[in-house]
Design a protein around this ligand. Structure first.
Ligand SMILES: *Cc1c(COP(=O)(O)O)cnc(C)c1O
Length: 233
């Protein structure tokens, strides 16, 4: 028999089971129900053949950060199961809104007023209404996308009340070099005072901390699929 225990497919299935166990344990430690934490498997840069075994193992929620890449891979992959949910977790250009609304079940990166207005227009025109998250630049990093914490309340209000957008939560990507928990607790605070239920926060390195701070969605890539070939966001 060929020893294929090192194959990427087997490795990613094992990783998936391991991450799910760690999610369950982190939830239990925090007095939360594990079913209230959704694992978003970040499959960006991974070829379809690497994603298939993870779908076959039961994973249903995936994150991609590039429209074009997702457009190429997911129409085919989605045929493997009828309950797959695709999240956009990368930047969205206004000229890609139309295709994004059709392709994704959730867009986590509403990060500026112009984009919010464009989404509202295309939603009205097409009837495609994926759930939306607002991306918050909790670290106030100039190079990073997202609404500044001080502008969040007004922007959330504009999105919900004026544009009638289906905003259901907030997402953040904390600065690499800072204590992530400070950013997670800030995101939770902004969500709570605005009555938003969902928090997308925590990645491979810190998803357990994020769960402790109330994450409802953790976005985990390398810990499932292994290292990416090139650095992407
Ligand atoms: C790539 C990416 C992730 C996953 O990061 P890992 O460290 O591989 O788990 C999560 N969120 C966003 C927005 C990403 O771009």
């Amino acid at each position: 028999m060929v020893d294929d225990t090192d194959s990427p497919a087997i490795q990613s299935r094992e990783n998936l089971a391991n991450i799910q166990t760690r999610i369950d344990e982190a939830a239990t430690r925090s007095g939360r129900a594990a079913q209230n934490v959704t694992l978003v498997a970040v499959s960006k840069t991974m070829e379809a053949s690497r994603i298939e075994p993870v779908i076959a193992a039961g994973q249903r929620v995936f994150g991609e950060n590039r429209i074009q890449e997702a457009e190429g891979k997911w129409p085919g992959l989605s045929e493997m199961a009828d309950d797959i949910k695709l999240h956009l977790i990368g930047p969205l250009q206004t000229n890609k809104v139309r295709v994004a609304l059709e392709l994704f079940d959730v867009i986590e990166t509403v990060d500026r007023p112009k984009l919010a207005r464009r989404i509202a227009n295309i939603m009205e025109e097409t009837g495609f209404r994926p759930d939306l998250y607002i991306q918050v630049n909790t670290g106030e990093e100039p190079q990073k996308a997202g609404i500044l914490p001080a502008d969040c309340d007004a922007f959330i209000k504009e999105c919900r009340d004026e544009l009638k957008l289906p905003i259901i939560g907030l997402m953040c990507i904390p600065p690499m070099e800072e204590e992530a928990s400070l950013h997670f607790s800030l995101l939770r605070k902004i969500a709570q005072r605005n009555g938003l239920e969902n928090l997308s926060m925590g990645m491979s390195a810190d998803f357990e901390v994020a769960i402790e701070f109330g994450a409802t969605h953790v976005r985990v890539g390398t810990a499932i699929f292994g290292a990416r070939q090139s650095f992407v966001q």
